[in-house]
Design a protein around this ligand. Sequence first.
Ligand code: ADP
Length: 159
Amino acid sequence: MVIAVYPGSFDPVTSGHVDIAERAAALFEQLIVAIYDTPPKPLLFTTEERVALMKKALSHLPNVRVESYSGLTVGFAKKVKAKVVVRGLRMSSDFEREFEMALMNKKLAPDLELICFMTNLEYEFVSSSLLKEVSSLGGCIDGLVPDHVAVALRDKFRR
Ligand code: ADP
């Protein structure tokens, strides 16, 4: 059985993330969406909130599990016996960062493979940070995040 891990900050989960998770879940027997608890960037949602939002967003996928983790992604992947790390790629800026990380992870864990999914054209411009900015200014983000995430964002920014 091939287990894959899809790691990220997911602050919060967007429709772009859901699309990648759905496509990866169709390819691997088990997908573990791994929510990094302390990414090196300011967070809007707590780890528990990010996990709960992700669980609801992916509840239609029976072979997907959502967990939080701390420390190295390769350490978490080893713990859950994953052979593959899944990431999503938007534009060239994602590529440079992912390439750098992939080479470092290969050095740390030579047996672990990285598989990158190209973004769906619809979500090319969708990022958690942009959606948080638009939502904080009262802009409409319907369709770019699951409905319950749009509600959670509105709640956070309610003035
Ligand atoms: P991180 O902080 O690890 O980059 P993110 O939550 O921003 O975490 O993203 C997690 C993964 O999902 C990354 O591989 C990122 O490139 C990918 N991703 C983010 N947004 C999209 C999108 N709209 N389409 C495809 N992949 C995406």
